[in-house]
Design a protein around this ligand. Structure first.
Ligand code: ADP
Ligand code: MG
Length: 742
């Protein structure tokens, strides 16, 4: 007999469920109607129809990112199955907005609305509105020079001026004109095949597509705060329209004195607001995952010391490498009577709009890339925000009513901030960009139509580096197959090369683990109150040879645990619990580990596609270390008599970071993967190597380069520009794996 629902309760719950769903739908519809952009829908659609390039400027939260693509779709701009592509500088924004828009449209994510970011593609051939990172669209252009899938491309958050946005704009200009110039014009067959088989030069490649039926490409540039005239000028006098936003007054408060410990100051302020102010959520701007996790733990500790009724806090972190299922938590309202504390990087400045915020706490700092083209050294540094960023941050408190912003620095400091951020292209290592442009068939990098040209020296350095890595030939053409293979891997060149080299050293499996582990923020965490326990736990994985092998040990151990769980237990929830427990017991950051595992499996896919076999050196770590030396010869440092190190390529004096397993042993010669600049310069992620390996393993010419750089430094020819600016999308260091974008 078929089983029937046994009690009325079943019916009630189902009713409640569908009622809730209906309520949510109505709610969303209401919210959408109330957005400032809703009242100008018709006008915007007309403007897009009438202009091939359009600039849209509108206050954060006015509805640009979520609504405009839907307006265009509804107006029928996606004919012939073409796609509206929206690029974001940050992964989190691409994912969270796509989820929201799918819900608004009432469709399943990955169907009509989807997203695609590096290591995660949720689209199908039904997708018509596609959110993605700007870096990913650049990669797509490698395979499809006309971007023929798209009818509209929206470059969002253009004011961020990430290196990918800048390069993308230059590329889109040529694609747009090529599409109107060559496409839809017949060309005889013979010529087409000639173009196809011949020269790899971009012009010829584009010409080879003549006769393809493609609609013109519409290009839309969107931003919160943007000097539209700069973009308009660059884009041939493009029209700019402004969407009026809504902003309530925000009371801005400063500290009396400079705060020696801004994290502690942030903590004190969080509790001051929580205990003394009325309802409303708090948004705290921090510089990265490590800081966010540290503050999260400290809030929990302090809250636990409060009386029960004062503990009603919900803490939600948001940063770019946060796994996507956790990202959405930030949008969930706190339960009744609770206050939400959002710990965010600069991602919450303009990329994502979180409802319910009434208080902003702003230490006034941001993590940024900084690059010295003379030494070729890129590092991540924490620097003051620009004025524009400070204003954006305080604005977050006034979206739904009046708010308060606590700037954790004295008012006199505000006046000293720079007005706006230096574009990233002026302060990063360009090897990745140059390799991509070369792979796109753009050979004349110095002549490329950049919105703002990077320094000549920075370009030359990156050409040099790519040559040393074997990606370019002596006449600076993309080498075959190494250069092509490197450009296909979604990693910074030095890492792509390491993986390719690992094939020769029979240690692809080990290098793959290392590249994945280096792509995430720290795998270990050391809570203040359990220092000794954490250190003891780490010892179990430590390798006397250095941090890379230590990472391999952690990864292998976690894999073993996973495999055991899978054998004895098929239930996902229980498996997750066990691995979480293992992480806790071993002081391993479970989010970072999961992220590393995801990245590992994605790169593995690419490697297999390339036909590289996944060899392992097993326990022969000598072989693996030799491979590290051959891969990272640009990052060799030698010990000095005083215990500091000299980085060979830059001649800089560096110190071993306290987090390294080699902090105490200090071997004679090391290779490193990361430079961290605080008041000192530290190197992180190190492995001991033999200096005698270098002449044999490093390519010829590396020595000459080192010598040149020495002389460059001595002549003081340093045109290093100091940087101010956002960097969350790709907190990566010269040639290290990109941490988040694309
Ligand atoms: P803009 O791009 O102009 O800054 P958005 O289109 O991102 O604005 O946001 C419009 C509105 O949608 C905001 O009020 C924001 O709070 C809301 N919103 C966006 N994403 C989500 C989400 N995932 N959940 C709930 N609300 C969201
Ligand atoms: Mg937006």
């Amino acid at each position: 007999m078929p089983s029937l629902p046994k009690t009325d309760e079943t019916f009630t719950t189902m009713d409640q469920k569908s009622r809730k769903l209906l309520e949510r739908k109505q709610n969303i519809a209401q919210q959408r109607k109330a957005l400032p952009i809703a009242s100008v829908e018709k006008r915007l659609v007309e403007e897009v129809k009438n202009n091939d390039v359009l600039i849209i400027v509108g206050e954060t939260g006015s509805g640009k990112t979520t609504q405009l693509p839907q307006f265009l779709f509804n107006a029928g701009l996606c004919h012939d199955g073409k796609v509206i592509g929206i690029t974001q500088p940050r992964r989190v924004a691409a994912v969270s907005v796509a989820k929201r828009v799918a819900e608004e449209c009432g469709v399943e994510l990955g169907q009509r609305v989807g997203y695609s970011i590096r290591f995660d593609d949720v689209t199908s051939n039904l997708t018509r509105i596609k959110y993605m990172t700007d870096g990913l669209l650049l990669r797509e252009a490698l395979l499809d020079p006309f971007l023929s899938k798209y009818c509209v491309i929206i470059v969002d958050e253009a004011h961020e001026r990430t290196v990918h946005t800048d390069v993308l704009l230059g590329l889109l200009k040529t694609v747009q004109s090529a599409r109107s110039q060559y496409v839809n014009k017949e060309l005889d067959h013979e010529k087409r095949s000639l173009y196809k088989s011949g020269n790899s030069d971009r012009e010829n490649r584009l010409k080879a597509c003549q006769g393809t039926k493609l609609p013109p490409l519409k290009l839309i540039i969107m931003s919160a705060s943007l000097d539209a005239s700069v973009f308009s000028k660059y884009l041939g006098g493009a029209k700019a329209v402004h969407v009026q936003g809504r902003q309530y007054p925000v009371d801005v408060l400063y500290t009396y004195h400079a705060e020696p410990d801004y994290l502690d100051a942030a903590l004190i302020t969080i509790f001051q607001v929580h205990l003394e102010e009325g309802p409303g959520d708090i948004l705290v701007f921090l510089t990265g995952q490590e800081e966010i996790e540290f503050v999260e733990r400290r809030i929990k500790e302090r809250a636990n010391q409060l009386p029960e009724e004062n503990r009603k806090l919900v803490i939600v972190p948001i940063y770019s490498s946060l796994p996507s299922e956790r990202q959405m938590k930030v949008f969930k309202p706190a339960p009744l009577g609770f206050r939400k504390v959002i710990l965010a990087t600069n991602i919450a400045e303009t990329s994502v709009t979180i409802p319910g915020i009434k208080f902003v706490i702003d230490p006034g700092l941001v993590k940024a890339r900084s690059y010295n083209p003379v030494t070729g050294v890129e590092s991540l540094i924490i620097i003051p925000t620009s004025k524009a960023q400070a204003l954006q941050r305080s604005g977050r408190a006034g979206r739904e009513g009046t708010g308060k912003c606590f700037r954790l620095y004295p008012e006199s400091e505000f006046a000293k901030l720079v007005d706006s951020t230096v574009p990233e292209i002026k302060r990063c290592n360009l090897s990745n960009v140059v390799l991509q442009l070369k792979a796109l068939g753009i050979d004349d990098i110095l002549g490329f139509d950049f919105m703002e040209k990077p320094s000549r020296m920075a370009i030359v350095r990156s050409l040099e580096q790519l040559f040393l890595l074997g990606a370019l030939t002596e006449d600076y053409k993309l080498s075959d197959p190494v250069g092509y293979q490197m450009s296909r891997l979604p990693l910074d060149p030095i890492y792509s090369k390491a993986l390719i080299l690992a094939g020769e050293y029979q240690c692809v499996e080990e290098m793959l683990i290392v590249v994945a582990m280096l792509s995430v923020e720290s795998i270990f965490y050391i809570p203040n109150d359990k220092l000794d326990e954490a250190r003891a736990a780490r010892k179990c994985f430590s390798s006397p040879e250095g941090d890379h092998i230590t990472m391999i040990n952690v990864y292998r151990a976690s894999k073993e645990v996973m495999e055991k769980i899978q054998v004895t237990n098929s239930q996902d929830k229980a498996a997750e619990k066990s691995i979480n427990k293992w992480c806790r017991d071993n002081f391993i950051n479970k989010r970072s580990l999961k992220h590393a595992r995801d990245i590992h499996s994605q790169i593995l896919g690419h490697i297999q596609q390339m036909g590289l076999s996944v060899t392992s050196c097993g326990d022969d770590m000598l072989q693996f270390r030799r491979c590290l030396a051959a891969s990272f010869f640009l990052n060799v440092a030698l010990k000095q008599p005083d215990g500091t190190y000299r980085a060979m390529a830059s001649a800089q004096i560096v110190r071993v970071h306290p987090s390294s397993v080699l902090f105490r042993t200090k071997p004679e010669c090391i290779i490193f993967n990361e430079l961290v600049r605080t008041n000192q310069i530290y190197v992180r992620n190190l492995t001991r190597i033999e200096p005698l390996w270098l002449p044999e393993l490093a390519p010829q010419g590396a020595g000459v380069l080192v010598a040149e750089r020495w002389s460059g430094v001595e002549q003081g020819g340093d045109d290093y520009t100091d940087v101010k600016g956002p960097n969350e999308y790709g907190s990566s260091i010269s040639g290290w794996p990109s941490r988040s974008s694309s």
